[in-house]
Design a protein around this ligand. Structure first.
Ligand code: G
Ligand code: G
Ligand code: NA
Ligand code: MN
Length: 252
């Protein structure tokens, strides 16, 4: 319980950091960066994001955490753009955010305040957004895409993924969960699942990103299956902002 108060204080003090993990195409181009929160607790050290995100979710702190992440990420995008680095950034949003009244307008206002075009922001959602109030979620997502913000469906294939969800959500990208990607090169069933997912996504006009790519063989299999981009430790782990800047520059 002390952790919740500590997290709230860390957000107020700006002590929660964002790291950035690249998504790259098979020709090496940088398709974007995913912002991932990192919190180093003064006594406990690094707290796993899953742990404090769960705390934020259950305590009502999530909208505040998301505002913090959006604010920090957009300030960074604006800084990169001022340096000639035009890379889109993806921010994870929780179902709670999508159900917060005024969320879409608040995102648009934040973009305007930072002078960042909507196309430079992507929001990663999961199918869980449709659990509570599907119509309201659909309205919010439609408003966001109406503003020009791109939506990405994260963790695809886990839980209760369904074609109904995929058809109903205005997303332009689908991310194949790393649980299917990890054993792709050695497990024929996982390979088949990935193949079908890529084909399905493409038939719906979506881009496909594979998460958790750790070795060359998996990279090659994904390329051969027609996947559009990959994210994973083979390319780079999530990096602090300055290291990300150096990485982007080295990439050209
Ligand atoms: O790097 P990794 O351990 O960062 O992330 C663990 C989990 O935390 C993932 O499911 C990821 O989507 C989630 N996560 C990371 N950053 C954020 C964030 O800023 N907001 C939300 N809602 N989830 C995040
Ligand atoms: O749920 P989401 O897809 O947003 O979470 C991304 C999580 O995956 C983060 O915890 C991130 O640190 C982790 N991750 C990123 N690349 C790799 C990878 O290549 N291998 C593994 N095992 N985890 C990864
Ligand atoms: Na994500
Ligand atoms: Mn994921």
């Amino acid at each position: 319980l002390g952790l919740l108060g500590d997290l709230r204080r860390a957000l107020d003090a700006g002590d929660v950091e964002l790291h950035y993990q690249p998504k790259v195409g098979f020709d090496g181009h940088v398709a974007g960066l995913e912002a991932l929160v990192r919190w180093v607790h003064p006594d406990r050290g690094r707290v796993p994001p899953d742990e404090f995100i769960a705390i934020a979710e259950s305590s009502g702190l999530m909208p505040h955490l998301t505002e913090y992440v959006l604010e920090t990420a957009l300030a960074q995008v604006a800084r990169w753009r001022a340096q000639g680095l035009y890379v889109p950034v993806a921010v994870n949003v929780s179902p709670r955010d999508v159900h917060t009244p005024g969320f879409a307008g608040a995102v648009a206002a934040r973009l305007a305040r930072h002078g960042v075009p909507a196309g430079a922001l992507q929001l990663e959602i999961t199918e869980h957004v449709l659990l509570e109030d599907p119509q309201r979620a659909a309205d919010t997502l439609a408003a966001l895409t109406g503003h020009g913000v791109k939506m990405s469906l994260d963790d695809f294939g886990t839980g209760y993924s369904s074609l109904v969800h995929l058809r109903r959500l205005p997303v332009s990208e689908l991310k194949i969960d790393r649980s299917f990607v990890a054993r792709l090169a050695i497990d024929a069933e996982d390979a088949e699942i990935v193949r079908c997912t890529v084909d399905l996504a493409h038939s719906l006009g979506l881009l496909v990103v594979a998460e958790g790519v750790e070795d060359d063989e998996t990279w090659e299999r994904l390329r051969d299956l027609g996947c559009d981009a990959v994210q994973g430790w083979l390319v780079a782990a999530a990096m602090p902002p300055q290291e990300t800047t150096a990485w982007l520059r080295a990439r050209g």
